[in-house]
Design a protein around this ligand. Structure first.
Ligand code: SAH
Length: 509
């Protein structure tokens, strides 16, 4: 045991949208030795934790109490007494029906120091994402946050049904889905008009947000029909009618679409954030792993002899990354490259090169090997020495054509791509349960790897209702060769182009 007791941060993790975490909460997670979280806190937030932080899941999904509240308390105290700082993440705000107050009292009684980091509560955020302001001057002057968990038939209840029924307050019930019928009954019995608008918002602020609306008279039936379950917020009051006018989140063009991303994880973030912003729910199933080549010596040798080359051509961001990683590992820097001319395939590769302070001399008009060749037709390449650091198994057209133009080309392996089958079972199970709408392919190898994850005899059946989207003609040809006819082939062979084509596809539908 150390002398110092660690501190516990009772942190509001927000309602689900990772962007609704506060900056202070993020800092606390980054600095914590231990992160304790439950099922309402978005798992994305764990990415902020230190590499060696202990991550502890304490559950709490309806009946599934992975750890009881007593055990959670003990855990917090024990870890703090070891001198560890703890980020205790709670869904929404820790002091709004989060038992944060009780945890603080308990910590106090054990002399464990704590701080509270308020969060965006689902009680306000879920309605907001459904287009429902909890207050509005034309409709109501106050709002109540009420537990829906309490058994309303209980004699000694804290519920003031007469007050709720008479006031024109917006009533926001948390934890109330199971009790909806009782809540409605009590309000009506106490005189609330049965045409009062009601909404339930499930998984508010997340891509799977679901909203059901009705009135006190119809809502129970509506919820039964749609089988809406917990966790959801129940909003009762005239502000609910504003949703017709103010809904925005679920109106975004790709809202509700579940789209699989097959790129390597390190490269997926652009595509994921563009699609997420348009409302899609991205499911990352990386089919490719990018690793350094088994033998780095050929690349090192080329770098050693870099003075012999006139041109350096990059066909991918990975090529750029691994080339510079190796150059730096060898103790070199960009000054070694001052005499070279550069060409890049694609604007993203060009941008990545610019990160290293180098502006590409040539950028082909379209982003395929063939256009690099066109681009080279205007420069003197005859007898020039060209270095082409790229993937182990890359297309041969570029070196062949450059050689035909008289260049002396050295291809060198800068990285290798491997099949990633970590999430194979999950993929198959999602496809079987119809929980995927579309799959995106950003290169030929994503297609071939994806297909090898599906046992090929079942592939056709599994992909029957799935929209397949390819980044360009070569990827699409690979798909066809594997018996999938792509529904979407991007016009412009970039991530933006792919996203645009998905948008157009769904707009037409
Ligand atoms: N402290 C939390 C509330 C915890 S009580 C907060 O401030 O948000 C748990 C209840 O919160 C759930 O039963 C549900 O009613 C509500 N809830 C939490 N996250 C939600 C979400 N994303 N969408 C809808 N309801 C949510």
């Amino acid at each position: 045991m150390t002398d110092k007791t660690g501190k516990v941060y009772l942190i509001g993790a927000g309602p689900g949208d990772p962007g609704l975490l506060t900056i202070k909460a993020k800092e606390c997670i980054e600095n914590a030795d231990v992160v304790v979280y439950d099922y309402l806190a978005s798992p994305f937030l764990l990415d902020y934790a230190k590499k060696d932080a202990q991550i502890i899941y304490v559950g709490k999904k309806g009946g599934d109490h992975t750890l009881s509240q007593d055990k959670i308390n003990l855990l917090l105290v024990d870890k703090a007494k070891l001198g560890l700082d703890i980020a205790r993440l709670k869904g929404g705000d820790p002091f709004v029906f989060g038992r944060g107050g009780e945890e603080a009292q308990m910590l106090l009684s054990h002399n464990v120091p704590y701080e509270v980091v308020p969060g965006v509560t689902s009680a306000i955020a879920a309605p907001a994402y459904a287009g429902i302001p909890v207050t509005h001057r034309d409709h109501t002057s106050f709002v109540s946050f009420i537990t829906g968990h309490e058994d309303p038939t209980k004699k000694d209840t804290g519920m003031q049904w007469d007050v709720y029924a008479e006031s024109n307050a917006t009533l926001v019930f948390l934890m109330g889905v199971k009790n909806l019928e009782n809540i409605v009954k009590n309000l009506v019995e106490h005189g609330k008009a049965s045409n009062t608008p009601v909404a339930l918002v499930r998984w508010g602020t997340t891509p799977r947000q679901q909203t059901v609306t009705g009135t006190l008279e119809t809502i129970v039936e509506r919820v039964k029909e749609t089988r809406l379950k917990s966790p959801a917020i129940i909003i009762i009051g005239h502000v609910v009618s504003l949703r017709d006018e103010l809904a925005w989140f679920d109106k975004r063009p790709l809202f509700g679409k579940r789209i699989v991303i097959t790129r390597a994880r390190a490269q997926a973030s652009d595509l994921v954030s563009m699609l997420t912003r348009l409302g899609a729910q991205c499911i990352e199933i990386p089919t490719i792993q990018i690793v350094p080549p088994k033998d780095l010596n050929p690349l090192k040798q080329c770098i050693k002899n870099i003075n012999n080359y006139d041109w350096l051509i990059f066909t991918s961001v990975n090529g750029v990354k691994f080339f510079f990683d190796t150059l730096f590992d060898m103790g070199g820097d960009v000054r070694a490259l001052g005499h070279l001319k550069f060409a890049c395939i694609g604007p993203v590769t060009k941008e990545r090169l610019k990160d290293f302070g180098i502006i590409s001399d040539i950028l082909p008009e379209t982003y395929r090997a063939e256009s690099v060749i066109d681009a080279f037709s205007t420069v003197e390449i005859k007898d020039k020495k060209v270095l082409l650091p790229r993937a182990k198994t890359a297309r041969t057209i570029l070196p062949e054509e450059l050689t035909n133009m008289g260049a002396r080309v050295d291809e060198v392996t800068a990285y290798e791509t491997r099949l990633n089958d970590d999430r194979k079972e999950e993929l198959i199970s999602l496809l079987k349960k119809n929980e995927i709408d579309a799959v995106t392919f950003t290169s030929s190898s994503t297609v071939s790897n994806f297909m090898s994850l599906l046992e090929s005899k079942d592939a056709k059946k599994l992909l029957k209702n799935i929209v397949t989207a390819c980044i360009g003609p070569i990827t699409a040809d690979t798909a066809r060769a594997l018996n999938i006819e792509p529904d979407i082939e991007a016009r412009e062979y970039t991530i933006q182009g792919l996203v645009d084509s998905l948008l157009t596809y769904y707009e037409r539908k």
